[in-house]
Every structure is written in structure tokens, then in C-alpha cells.
Ligand binder design. Structure first.
Ligand SMILES: NC(=O)C1=CN([C@@H]2O[C@H](COP(=O)(O)OP(=O)(O)OC[C@H]3O[C@@H](n4cnc5c(N)ncnc54)[C@H](O)[C@@H]3O)[C@@H](O)[C@H]2O)C=CC1
Ligand SMILES: CC(=O)N[C@@H]1[C@@H](OP(=O)(O)OP(=O)(O)OC[C@H]2O[C@@H](n3ccc(=O)[nH]c3=O)[C@H](O)[C@@H]2O)O[C@H](C(=O)O)[C@@H](O)[C@@H]1O
Length: 452
């Protein structure tokens, strides 16, 4: 069906009555919730993924993103009522679909080199099934200009974008794991940048169907890509500032969180939270999209913040050494419990997790390193060089918190006190209340709060 001939209202009617088919490529933390919010709105949705086990389970109504609240029920309901199905056959999905959404990983390697293999792979597959009147949308976070770099791939289909044969847009996913369904339905307005006004009109109609916060149309595709990337750069740079000011607070024996919270009572001040570092495949990745595309510009602020945030894992080990030394203990053979393997609480994702370099450096000092994470298991701990243990397994010489899981926020400190050889907590996520920890007899150190 050529949607580009429809008015916005005609499109919305067909869309809500299952007359339009959407294929979402990538059924992970972002793609699966999006696909199922569309399906819940009555749209015909095909979820495409390369993982056969994921697809097989999804077609049985089984959700693999178990940390996403309410998603399991939604997937089961949509599969049952036939508005959602999954496949590994991306070409067939493209042949059936009117709108194709690309929501696969956009990553960088350790050196910040951008890796867009999954995007180009999906573009080739979509091109093989692209039909007149279709619209292709990138929702994955894209280095600015990347969506338009796919045009030559789509035009292998014989269709021409400049002739209006198909539409192209970028409409970034502005969602957090843990609140994805809420966010997709309208926590924030939907940014859309399209190749022409007709495509923009149709997609405004489409997203209005599921997002009650409305649409923010951007004058071009590249601008829409920059919106999303800049949101992430803003966050990484501001976390870097928080970490730098927290290190100053440690040097001057000032409680960083108390100062930051007080400064933030001024509406123009939003000092972020200092910590063990910036993980995930979003915030530490997007700055590289700016750094690697700057030729004349030297993006010194973006680069410096990135470097400082990556330094914080080492600082956590420094705090641990200072803490142990205050008990006349060194790291060698010290029994250390690392609480948290994931990059942040509530998400089972290890990309750039602070725990990984921390465990590696502790092992370098011949410490006896164990880990626990409520979302993980022994295999995850061993993969990163730690043995698996629970709090009660041994008497610990130090406990290092690297993920802000809610289980750690509610930790029973009286029980922990019974399971320590040395009462030392190094809190990389400001998860524990320092006053309570110190009242209970712990030596408590965190980024920005250093009292031996
Ligand atoms: N995770 C988050 O909090 C957010 C992520 N994003 C962006 O969303 C995009 C996707 O991220 P996530 O969903 O978190 O990744 P994810 O790793 O959770 O899921 C990616 C899915 O894509 C599948 N996949 C990989 N290559 C594929 C291919 N060639 N064809 C089909 N499927 C393929 C994988 O099997 C996996 O199921 C990224 O660009 C990310 O920057 C945007 C906002 C938030
Ligand atoms: C601007 C913003 O809030 N972006 C969100 C972010 O989600 P993400 O899951 O990456 O979590 P996050 O809260 O940004 O945390 C990233 C990392 O930074 C750390 N972190 C976070 C905030 C802070 O003040 N200090 C800090 O050290 C976290 O511990 C974590 O290691 O990135 C997502 C994305 O863009 O993919 C985005 O959709 C989410 O809304």
C-alpha cells in the first residue's frame, strides 16, 4: 500500500484498524517494547531478530527482556490476539510491511570506533523487499548523517527517494529500560526528521497514535539524529563534571552529594550524580559519534568528559586501597565482594560496566575477588574474572558497590556487619546512606565523600 498518497487522518484510521503493517528490526530492550506498544494499539506488527531462540520464544508469547515491567504480559496478549509475531526472515517481513523500523545496536569498540554492521545488514535486507510507498525509519541512535548514508542501499531496490517512491526518516528512541512502555507512550515528545513533508505528515500521524506527548518535527534527518546524540553527550559531559567536582570534594573533605543537592535547588543548576563510571551502550557511546565526525572542531569538552568518566573505575580501586590501608591492610589477598556486575541497577547489560575494569585491577593487585548481582549468575561473574558469592559466604575485607540495584539500596547493614572481617564499604553509586553506615560502625567511602 502506498501510504504516501494518504492524508494523515486516512493513514491514522487504517493504522489503528490493522490495515498497515509495521516491521521492527531488532527485538531487544528497545525494539520489543516498541513493537508491542504498536501491536497493543491494533497495528499489525512483525518483530524481526537474528536470534532464532528469541524469535521462537516470542512466537510462543515468551518475553526475554524480563527486567522490563509489564512487557511479558503485553507480549503474551499481542501474540494471542494475533497483532504481533516474530521472524528471522527480514526479507519476507520487508515484503509484507508498509513501514520498517530499524532498532538494532549501534555501538563502538573500546577505542570509540563506530560499529554499524547491524544497521547496514538490516538496510540491505529491507532493500531486498522495499516496495513503492513504503517508509523506512531509523529509531536506533545514529551518528548524524548515517541514516541518509543508507539511501544508496535502499535505492538498490530500483526505487528513488528523490522521486518520492519511498519515505525515509529518523525518529530516535528516547526510552529507558525499566520504564520503556511508559516512555514510548508519551513520557517525552517524539522527535521526527524526514526526507519530505509528506513522510513527516504520515509519521506524525503514526506516532500520535501511541505517544500522547506529541511530536517534535525537526527540519531534517541529520538534525533529528543530532537531537538524540546530543541528549547523550549532555548527560556524559554532565556526569563528567559531577565526577570532577566530586574529586575536588574528596580533596577538600566536603560531602559532594550534600553540596550538589543544595546547588541543584537553583533551577539553572543540574549537577549530576558522581560515581564509578558511565556504562551501557548509550551514554558512553554517543559522544564518539560527535568526536569521530569532528574534522575542523576539536571536541575537547566531550573528549575530556569521556576520559574522566572512564578514569572513575580506577578511582574506586584507589579508594579501596586507602580504606584498607587505614586498617593496616593491603589489597594483596584481601577478600573483596563487588556488589553489581551490570552497568546500572535494574538492567541486565554489561557494556562498559564499571565492575569489569574494577575486578580486573583488583585481580592485578592479587586481591581475592568475588561478585554478586541480583540479575546475574556465576557465569557472568566468572566471565569478568570474579568468583560468585553471596554476602553471607565469607568474612569480607571490603565491599565495593558498582551498580545501584534496589536490592543494594535496601541492604541489611546489620547482617553485613556480621559478615565482614574489616567494616569497609566503598560505594560507587551513592547507594547507601553514609550517616547510617558510619553509625553502624562501617568506614564508608564514596565518590565525593571521603572520610577515613
Ligand atoms: N537500551 C537503551 O536504554 C536504549 C537504547 N537505544 C538505542 O536503541 C538501539 C538498540 O538498543 P537495544 O534495544 O538496547 O539493544 P539490545 O542489544 O537490547 O537489542 C538489540 C537486538 O537486535 C538484534 N539484532 C542485532 N543485529 C541484528 C540484525 N542484523 N537484524 C535483526 N536483529 C538484530 C539482537 O539480537 C537484539 O535482540 C541502539 O541504537 C541504542 O543506542 C536508545 C534508547 C535507549
Ligand atoms: C539522557 C538520558 O537519561 N538517557 C538515558 C540513558 O539510559 P541508560 O540506561 O544508559 O542509563 P543512564 O541513567 O543514562 O546511566 C548511564 C550510566 O551513567 C551512570 N550515571 C548516570 C547518571 C548520573 O548522574 N551519574 C552516573 O554515573 C549510570 O550509573 C550508568 O552507568 O540512555 C538512553 C539512551 O539514549 O539509550 C536514554 O534513552 C535514557 O533516557
Amino acid at each position: 500500500m502506498s501510504m504516501l498518497n494518504l492524508s494523515k487522518e486516512e493513514f491514522k484510521n487504517k493504522f489503528k484498524n490493522g490495515k498497515i503493517t509495521v516491521a521492527v528490526y531488532g527485538q531487544g530492550k528497545m525494539g520489543l517494547p516498541l513493537a508491542n506498544v504498536f501491536a497493543e494499539a491494533g497495528v499489525n506488527v512483525i518483530g524481526v531478530d537474528i536470534c532464532e531462540e528469541v524469535v521462537e520464544n516470542l512466537n510462543k508469547g515468551i518475553n526475554h527482556i524480563t527486567e522490563e515491567p509489564f512487557l511479558s504480559e503485553l507480549v503474551a496478549k499481542n501474540v494471542k490476539n494475533g497483532t504481533y509475531c516474530a521472524t528471522t526472515d527480514g526479507k519476507l517481513a520487508a515484503e509484507k510491511a508498509d513501514i520498517m523500523i530499524i532498532l538494532v545496536p549501534t555501538l563502538t569498540d573500546e577505542k570509540g570506533n563506530i560499529k554499524l554492521g547491524p544497521v547496514y545488514n538490516v538496510a540491505e535486507i529491507i532493500s531486498s523487499g522495499l516496495k513503492e510507498g513504503n517508509i523506512v525509519i531509523t529509531e536506533a541512535t545514529m551518528p548524524p548523517s548515517t541514516t541518509e548514508s543508507l539511501i544508496t542501499i535502499f535505492e538498490k531496490s530500483g526505487l528513488k527517494l528523490s522521486n518520492g517512491d519511498f519515505g525515509l526518516a529518523h525518529a530516535p528512541e528516547r526510552t529507558m529500560t525499566g520504564t520503556a512502555l511508559r516512555d514510548i507512550k508519551g513520557q517525552y515528545p517524539k522527535i521526527i526528521g524526514a526526507n519530505d513533508s509528506k513522510t513527516l505528515e504520515i509519521l506524525s500521524g503514526m506516532y500520535e497514535t501511541i505517544n500522547n506527548a506529541g511530536i517534535v518535527p525537526i527540519s531534517g534527518i541529520k538534525g533529528a539524529e543530532a537531537v538524540k546524540v546530543f541528549e547523550g553527550v549532555y548527560r556524559d559531559v554532565n556526569i563528567g563534571l559531577a565526577n570532577e567536582l566530586a574529586l575536588w570534594c574528596e580533596e577538600h573533605n566536603v560531602d559532594a552529594l550534600e553540596v550538589f543537592e543544595s546547588a541543584n535547588t537553583q533551577p539553572y543548576c543540574h549537577i549530576h550524580t558522581p560515581g564509578a563510571g558511565v556504562g551501557g551502550h548509550c551514554i558512553p557511546v554517543y559522544p564518539w559519534f560527535v568526536i569521530n565526525s569532528s574534522e575542523k572542531l576539536n571536541p575537547r569538552i566531550t573528549k575530556t568528559a569521556r576520559e574522566l568518566n572512564d578514569y572513575m573505575a580506577h578511582h574506586m580501586v584507589e579508594l579501596t586501597i586507602k580504606g584498607l590501608n587505614s586498617f593496616e591492610k593491603s589489597l594483596k589477598n584481601a577478600k573483596i565482594l563487588v556488589l553489581g556486575l551490570t552497568f546500572r541497577g535494574g538492567v541486565k547489560e554489561f557494556m562498559k560496566s564499571a565492575a569489569i575494569p574494577i575486578i580486573s585491577e583488583l585481580n592485578g593487585w592479587d586481591a581475592d575477588v568475588y561478585a554478586f548481582d541480583p540479575l546475574c549468575d556465576e557465569t557472568d561473574a566468572n566471565r569478568y574474572g570474579a568468583k560468585w558469592a553471596e554476602m553471607e559466604s565469607y568474612k569480607w575485607d571490603a565491599v565495593i558497590i558498582t551498580s545501584d540495584h534496589v536490592e543494594f539500596k535496601n541492604m541489611d547493614l546489620d547482617k553485613l556487619m556480621k559478615n565482614v572481617n574489616i567494616p569497609l564499604i566503598v560505594d560507587g553509586r551513592n547507594t547507601i546512606d553514609p550517616v547510617i553506615a558510619r553509625e553502624k560502625g562501617f568506614k564508608y567511602l564514596s565518590v565525593g565523600n571521603f572520610k577515613l
